[in-house]
Design a protein around this ligand. Structure first.
Ligand SMILES: [Zn+2]
Length: 258
């Protein structure tokens, strides 16, 4: 009877509790089995919290929460482009690291697979849409993330991507914007210093990349950066998971979460 009640309570909140990380599944119609992507399956850490995230991804967008809300409130996003695998694997490594960590300052949210359907199929677009061009469109998945960030009073967002060799930017790089949220540019410089990856700051958010998640967040005054690592899309180049992980740790250090 108690077991049934516990299951009922867990189901009604759509979350699974853990000593440090809590896994939620946001029912945005995005759910899929991401382990159908063999490179994801092969490279993510095997653990209890990984299993919880994989389960949550089957029914929606998984979001993992760490910490108690006092102090800096940050959000890490990966998988805006489903075939950019290194950053998504890195986000799973980060979740496993944070889950074992005794002390976390403030609150960290991690979205390792924003659109599990696209990740599962190893494709760049979600339902034919480039999610990094429609964060300003009501109802889009990236717009839902913007709303999520607003509702949780998030103070900084890191959006982690992969860039093809020979593509644009085609190298490990940290991207920020000066206006209207100068902290975005400052954060890009700080992460650049910590990772030794170069940075590039645009002057005005929404000009070169309207609808990009980073730009829309910066326009909403939530300081955000885009962090890119070099690897072919749909594949994982040697060292690219480590590079993305370094960027995530630098983001959390700059924001004083760890
Ligand atoms: Zn991307």
């Amino acid at each position: 009877m108690i077991a049934i009640l516990l299951i009922a309570i867990q189901t009604s909140f759509a979350s699974v509790s853990h000593a440090s990380g809590t896994v939620y599944s946001y029912k945005w119609g995005t759910g899929a089995d991401v382990t159908k992507n063999s490179l994801i399956k092969k490279n993510i850490p095997k653990s209890n919290i990984t299993n919880k995230v994989l389960k949550a991804a089957k029914t929606g967008t998984p979001i993992v929460k760490f910490g108690n809300g006092n102090g800096p409130r940050t959000l890490i996003v990966a998988g805006v482009h489903g075939s950019e695998l290194s950053s998504q694997v890195s986000a799973m490594k980060l979740i496993n690291y944070l889950n074992k960590k005794k002390v976390i300052k403030g609150t960290i949210y991690v979205i390792p697979f924003i659109a599990p359907k696209a990740t599962s199929a190893n494709i760049r677009f979600y339902n034919g849409n480039n999610l990094n061009k429609i964060a300003n469109k009501k109802g889009s998945i990236t717009n839902k993330v913007v709303k999520f960030a607003k509702s949780k009073n998030i103070q900084a967002v890191g959006d982690f991507h992969c860039t093809m060799p020979g593509g644009l930017p085609g190298k490990n790089i940290i991207l920020g914007t000066k206006n209207p949220t100068l902290k975005s540019a400052k954060m890009a410089i700080a992460i650049s210093k910590l990772t030794k990856h170069p940075y590039k700051n645009e002057y005005q958010a929404g000009k070169s990349y309207p609808g990009a998640l980073e730009d829309v967040l910066n326009l909403k005054k939530i300081p955000s950066v885009t962090c890119e690592v070099k690897t072919p899309h749909g594949k994982i180049a040697k060292g690219s998971i480590t590079s993305s992980y370094k960027q995530m740790i630098a983001f959390l250090k700059y924001n004083k979460n760890i």
